[in-house]
Design a protein around this ligand. Structure first.
Ligand SMILES: Nc1nc2c(ncn2[C@@H]2O[C@H](COP(=O)(O)OP(=O)(O)OP(=O)(O)O)[C@@H](O)[C@H]2O)c(=O)[nH]1
Ligand SMILES: [Mg+2]
Length: 478
């Protein structure tokens, strides 16, 4: 979808498909009066719900319901909006949609011209896109609409609501205003070079920049948490055959998803399940046990396991406590560890998980080796559930989740990336400012780039294709 500023009138069924008590057909455009007249048989008062029959071409009722008109600019899209709240059946709503299109093309009895020329079915997200283009909401808010609709947990819905109401945008604007103030100062200094150092010092440019950086850090932290709520992280369970990986997935999910058996090499395919811990979605992946195998199918399973590991945000390296003391077992684990270190960047945490604690020899727990293991990770039993709760808490910490007292906004990875860009440019700016006189041009440029990155979040500056991508992911009628 392109972001050309089209003003064609658009229509869509705004409610979900399927049966429901009420369904809504929504029209947005300009000069809707002739269409309203055709469907309702009378003009409507602004923002007042009127119960009446919706008429077909012969004047017979298609359905009875509420009609509401929201004149521009006081509507969701900023254009004239006309809404029909009908009975929520698929056929009824399709009939009403078709009737709107038909009535729009019919000649108006007075002018003889089509009642609403060019009325067409809306693209996904087109109503929100118009709201954005008409300045009713900014880009971060438009994204929050889609996120609110898609939210799968209460925490995600709450934080999307917070973003939609503009809490996130307000913080971005506050940062931007502080940045603009500093930029004006620097740009003015560029024009009067002889006074430069004095001027910037008097205005405490360094202090202003430092304040800006600490404000940014606070917003970044909350946005990161929000992105985590929206997107979650991928946790891969890896380890030797029979360590209990599938049992652990089942224990975390609370359901028998993956086949568990005493046969080493049971799991071949990747099995994954999204679980929620305090509202944070974790995509947990069970994989085939890692070992050399002559079985062709098992080899494919092992290759897939490594593929999953490479894409992990965190790895649970599972060990079997009942065999941990055996030399062969320890050697095989060391081999896997080398593989993990090779394939994973240092930023991906690997947690050692010692399974089958219920069946582990008592001596082991108190031995030196046992104490060493306790330092490196967590002991549990996938079978009895002992220690699973502690693992869940540990997983949240690994995901980087921290409850933020003021609440988070449901940010997207795109926002977090933009904020990191701002951080980088501000750090470079601080360097140039510390080096003073000669680098003022560079300082000004970094501040400009920082502002561009901020503006990308709210959409005040951004490539058209980026906007197209964002809106095309919306559902129709939004
Ligand atoms: N005692 C005890 N046995 C367990 C525990 N967890 C798993 N087992 C047993 O260990 C065996 C292997 O379990 P799985 O979950 O299939 O192990 P896996 O790591 O998925 O094995 P592969 O898919 O072959 O790689 C089964 O017999 C399980 O019942 C545990 O906490 N305690
Ligand atoms: Mg398995």
């Amino acid at each position: 979808m392109t972001l050309a500023r089209t003003t064609d009138p658009i229509v869509a069924i705004a409610t979900a498909s399927g049966r429901g008590a009420v369904g809504i057909v929504r029209v947005s455009g300009a000069r809707l009066a002739p269409l309203i007249e055709a469907l309702c048989g009378r003009p409507l008062k602004p923002r007042e719900a009127t119960y009446l029959p919706f008429r077909d071409a012969a004047g017979e009722p298609v359905d009875h319901g509420l009609a509401i008109q929201f004149p521009s600019p006081h509507s969701f899209t900023g254009e004239d909006v006309f809404e029909l709240q009908a009975h929520g059946g698929t056929v009824v709503l399709q009939l009403l949609l078709a009737r709107c299109l038909e009535a729009a093309a019919e000649p108006d009895p007075i002018t003889g011209r089509p009642r609403l020329p060019g009325l067409r079915v809306a693209e996904p997200g087109e109503f929100s896109q118009r709201a954005f283009l008409n300045g009713k909401i900014d880009l971060a808010q438009a994204e929050a609409i889609a996120d609110l609709i898609d939210a799968s947990t209460e925490a995600a819905a709450r934080s999307a609501g917070r973003s939609l109401s503009g809490a996130f945008s307000r913080e971005i604007h506050a940062l931007r205003d502080a940045l603009i103030h500093l930029r004006m100062l620097v740009e003015a200094t560029l024009d009067f070079p002889e006074e430069e150092i004095d001027f910037l010092q008097k205005a405490d440019a360094t202090g202003q920049l430092a304040t800006l950086q600490s404000q940014l850090a606070a917003v970044q932290q909350r946005a990161k948490q929000g992105a985590l709520l929206r997107e979650g992280i991928k946790v891969v369970i890896a380890g030797q055959p029979n360590a209990g990986k599938s049992s652990l997935l089942n224990a975390l999910a609370g359901a028998e998803l993956a086949i568990v058996s005493a046969v080493a090499g049971t799991t071949r395919d990747v099995v994954s399940q999204t679980i929620q811990i305090h509202g944070v979605p974790l995509h947990v992946v069970d994989t085939a046990g890692l070992r050399e195998s002559s079985d062709e199918v098992e080899q494919i399973g092992v290759a897939r396991a490594w593929g999953q590991i490479e894409g992990a945000d965190a790895v649970l390296f599972l060990h079997d406590l009942t065999r941990a003391g055996l030399p062969d077992y320890a050697a095989a684990d060391a081999e896997i560890l080398r593989g993990l270190q090779q394939k994973l960047p240092a930023s991906v945490p690997v947690l050692d998980v010692w399974n089958k604690q219920d069946a582990a020899p008592m001596a082991d727990a108190s031995s030196a080796a046992g104490a060493d293991r306790a330092d490196r990770g967590i002991a549990l039993s996938a079978k009895t559930g002992l220690g699973i709760e502690a693992l869940r808490e540990q997983l949240l910490a690994m995901a980087g989740w921290q409850a933020v007292p003021e609440g988070v906004y449901l940010a997207r990875a795109r926002h977090v990336q933009a904020l990191s860009q701002v951080e980088i440019h501000l750090a470079l700016a601080a360097g140039h400012l510390a080096a003073q006189a000669q680098l003022l041009d560079l300082l000004a440029e970094e501040l400009r780039l920082a502002q561009n990155a901020l503006n990308e979040i709210t959409g005040e500056f951004g490539a058209d294709d980026l906007l197209g991508v964002i809106f095309s992911r919306f559902c129709i009628g939004k």
